[in-house]
Design a protein. Structure first.
Length: 278
């Protein structure tokens, strides 16, 4: 066995090195494409299966090699079916002239291309609207997109694509407004859509006093890297969620600091605690 491995190493060519580098770059770009989405866990699972397949092949474990080889050959076809919407969306994105448009930074390999309209999130307007709705006990669910632009969820609601405004946010969630049900999605300083349908968290340890709005706020942050803000219709209290963790009894100043910290260039990766103590 060692002689076989040594023989294979001695036959290592320049083209083999190029092949490895290209595969590494492909995996790196695929990781960045899926980062912040629920599909990242599937990506890690696929990589683990492929590595295991190569290991059992190198050790000539015939039965496991056959099983994993058959799983991988059929698995790629299954992945195309499972990720059909994402693949279609990606190909449409590449084919449009607006690929480089927008207000976010886009990457190509190791280079980051800054867009002309890239600007700091206007946190004050969001917090002002939430504070006003809290005082009036107007229920609201606001989602702030980060790396994942949440296009699949935007398509479930009513497209708005308007400049961020605290008055517009309050108007959308006004109790007699036809758009007040569902979530409001904000990307950068643009209100993308209202009345959006979100996945609901299946966490069984959520406080029973919290309703569907809070469960949806947790659900979207479990599947993406977005953060969500909730205004309770019963109490007017503010809450926010990140990575499936809900923080309740939040004051406007705390909410402002949290959003700024999340969207700052020196972003902190610290997870929020279950209650706001300061």
């Amino acid at each position: 066995m060692p002689d076989l491995l040594l023989s294979g190493f001695l036959q290592f060519r320049l083209l083999d090195a190029i092949d490895i580098i290209l595969v590494a770059l492909l995996l790196y770009e695929l990781f960045n494409l899926l980062k912040g989405t629920g599909a990242i866990n599937i990506f890690f699972g696929i990589v683990a299966v492929i590595i295991l397949w190569k290991v059992v092949t190198a050790f000539e474990m015939i039965l496991l090699t056959e099983i994993l080889g058959a799983f991988i050959s059929v698995g790629f076809i299954a992945l195309i079916v499972v990720f059909q919407p994402e693949i279609r969306q990606f190909l449409l994105l590449l084919g449009t002239t607006s690929f480089m448009a927008g207000n976010r930074k886009r990457r190509f390999l190791f280079w980051r291309i800054s867009m002309e309209n890239d600007e700091k999130l206007e946190v004050d307007k969001i917090v002002k609207a939430c504070q006003s709705m809290g005082n009036q006990k107007t229920g609201a669910l606001i989602i702030l997109a980060k790396t994942n632009e949440l296009k699949a969820y935007i398509q479930t609601g009513e497209l708005i694509d308007a400049r961020l405004s605290d008055q517009l946010i309050e108007t959308i969630f006004f109790k007699n407004s036809p758009l007040h049900d569902g979530a409001l999605i904000i990307t950068g300083n643009s209100i993308k859509a209202a009345r959006c349908i979100l996945p609901v968290s299946g966490n069984m340890h959520i406080d029973v006093t919290l309703g569907l709005r809070h469960r949806a706020a947790m659900g979207i942050t479990e599947k993406t890297d977005a953060i969500s803000i909730v205004v309770s219709e019963e109490t007017g209290e503010l809450s926010y969620a990140k990575s499936g963790v809900l923080v309740t009894h939040v004051k406007p100043a705390q909410l402002h600091n949290f959003i700024e910290r999340e969207f700052a260039s020196e972003e902190s990766n610290q997870r929020p605690s279950r209650s706001a103590s300061s």
